[in-house]
Design a protein around this ligand. Structure first.
Ligand SMILES: NC(=O)c1ccc[n+]([C@@H]2O[C@H](COP(=O)([O-])OP(=O)(O)OC[C@H]3O[C@@H](n4cnc5c(N)ncnc54)[C@H](O)[C@@H]3O)[C@@H](O)[C@H]2O)c1
Length: 503
């Protein structure tokens, strides 16, 4: 088997669509020879022109030398049939996502290429073992899952099927590095790392919407400002489109035997069925103009009314809470103060459970989420039937510190605690399933989804015990197994050992 780290090597790309073109482009930049084929007449030729145009553009931007592109032109060969793939050291197929087509392509390829040529599939949802089933030499077949747009997205998941050899996985990881990518090895499992791990963020947001906790604009603002996510889950769903994210969510849920952790909501499906696909159709969770700009998104901020609170009863002392109240000019008391708000910072509990447990006057209870970044926005939550004046007074005092305030309906774990604990719990479960090592799971989520932190890093920030507590309380309060803690998380949190410690 050839070492792809340096020297001359030839790779084949089958399917000259969006992904095949991107793969050819990064392979050329890695110094490889590339043959590209498509069964649509003229498509390979057209793709080669497209790739060279993209590379010329990089010359104009000063990222490449004209001479380098001239050399790449020599190294790129478009073909109409697979016959010319005989000299390839590795072939990556990026044909349409159809099991029958992929099996047929790999089967035909086996009769053409050398016995030591590696075969990779860029499938995003089909099991590698299933694609490889028709082949004689399954040990040389693996997934090589690139992300769109390939030249921008550095991550490549190297997916090991049941029969993939360690040498094949290693060699393809080296090839990915040669193409300027960051390879991460993952076990053949529905959604691999990224398409599975990404389910927590969007489905928990949809669940919060279903419970009436907040609007898409409120939930997005909280996750951006307090969680550091570059985009909120509803904006993200609108960007990828319901026609893409609903089917992926459904397939991952069903293939993982209907694990309730991955369940989405009827509203998600309804948007798809109504043709509210997101930005591309002019409406999704938000509305868009013809240029794809959001039209009149509702404000996530609490409208200010009344005077700021000057005093509050703090039934459970919390350093962060006391400091915040002091900054907001609210004097904190350890005993009830007549007609003043009762302020708390619960973890994993809804305000109703907090009031019932502590016996405080629930109508005056104002709960604040202090779990994430609180320098720009604070989430405030009350019980059903709460006195609006209490929330208004606390919100006014907090707004006076320069922060935005978002007021939501009662929820165990507010918005941020719930979504982040779900991401952490799913990451832990992925480690428990042996899909990849914790550090690789973190890296995959950061590179593949643009998360500010991976699931294990999020859990470390919240605290492993605290993450477990949020999940346990969510499960107890909702009675829903969607929130059952991963055994990986549970064991390490109970023992106080590092969350990334292997089994
Ligand atoms: N687009 C994405 O965001 C994305 C991301 C990751 C992975 N993928 C996966 O990459 C693969 C390709 O996706 P895409 O978005 O580039 O699709 P695409 O429709 O843009 O391109 C597919 C190409 O394959 C060609 N083709 C179909 N049957 C063929 C055959 N038998 N032989 C040769 N060529 C054939 C088509 O003519 C077409 O040009 C799919 O498996 C998809 O799941 C896509």
């Amino acid at each position: 088997m050839i070492d792809f780290a340096s020297g001359d090597a030839a790779i084949g790309v089958i399917g000259a669509g969006v992904m095949g073109r991107g793969i050819a482009q990064v392979a050329l930049r890695g110094g490889l020879r590339v043959v590209i084929q498509d069964n649509r007449p003229g498509a390979a030729e057209q793709a080669a022109r497209y790739v060279l145009e993209r590379l010329e553009r990089l010359v104009r931007k000063g990222e490449l030398q004209a001479g380098e592109v001239a050399a790449m032109r020599e190294r790129l060969v478009p073909l109409e049939s697979l016959e010319g793939f005989a000299g390839c050291d590795a072939v990556i197929e990026a044909v349409i996502e159809d099991l029958g087509v992929k099996r047929a392509v790999l089967g035909e390829l086996e009769g053409i290429v050398r016995p030591d040529c590696l075969l990779a599939s860029n499938t995003s949802s089909l099991p590698i073992a299933s694609i490889a089933r028709v082949c004689q030499h399954r040990e040389r077949i693996a997934g090589m899952h690139f992300f769109n747009p390939v030249p921008v997205m550095r991550l490549v998941e190297i997916v090991c099927g049941l029969d993939t050899s360690a040498a094949t996985a290693e060699a393809l990881a080296t090839l990915a590095r040669r193409m300027g990518r960051t390879p991460i090895q993952v076990k053949d499992s529905p959604g691999f790392l990224v398409n599975l791990g990404g389910r927590a963020f969007t489905t928990e947001a949809l669940r919060l919407l279903q419970e009436g906790v907040g609007t898409p604009a409120q939930i997005d603002a909280i996750l951006r400002d307090c969680g550091g996510f570059p985009m909120g889950p509803f904006e993200l769903m609108d960007l990828t489109g319901m026609d893409v994210n609903y089917p992926v969510t459904r397939v991952v849920f069903e293939e993982l035997q209907n694990d309730p952790r991955l369940r989405t909501t009827p509203h998600h499906k309804l948007l798809l069925e109504a043709g509210r696909l997101g930005r591309k159709s002019g409406a999704g969770h938000y509305r868009y103009d013809a240029e794809g700009r959001m039209v009149d998104p509702p404000s996530p901020d609490h409208g200010l009314a009344g005077a700021p609170a000057a005093r509050a009863f703090v039934p459970e002392v919390d350093e962060g809470l006391v400091a915040l109240l002091a900054e907001a000019g609210i004097e904190a008391f350890g005993h009830d103060v007549e007609d003043a708000p009762i302020v708390a910072a619960p973890l994993g509990e809804d305000a109703s459970s907090f009031a019932a447990r502590t016996g405080v006057d629930h109508r005056r209870l104002v709960a604040l989420d202090l779990s994430g970044a609180i320098d720009r926005r604070i989430t405030v939550m009350t019980v059903p039937g709460a006195e609006p004046a209490m929330q208004d007074a606390v919100a006014a005092a907090l707004a006076a510190t320069g922060r935005k305030v978002t007021t939501i309906k009662d929820s165990p774990g507010f918005v941020l605690q719930r979504v982040r604990a779900m991401i952490a719990n799913l990451g832990a479960e992925m480690a428990q399933m042996g899909l990849a090592a914790p550090a690789d799971i973190d890296l995959a989520m950061r590179l593949g989804l643009n998360y500010p932190k991976g699931p294990f890093e999020i859990a470390a920030e919240i605290g492993a015990r605290e993450t477990l507590l949020i999940m346990e309380r969510l499960q107890a309060i909702t009675g829903d197994d969607r929130y059952r803690p991963s055994l990986w998380l549970r064991r390490r949190a109970l023992l106080g050992i590092p969350l990334d410690l292997p089994d």
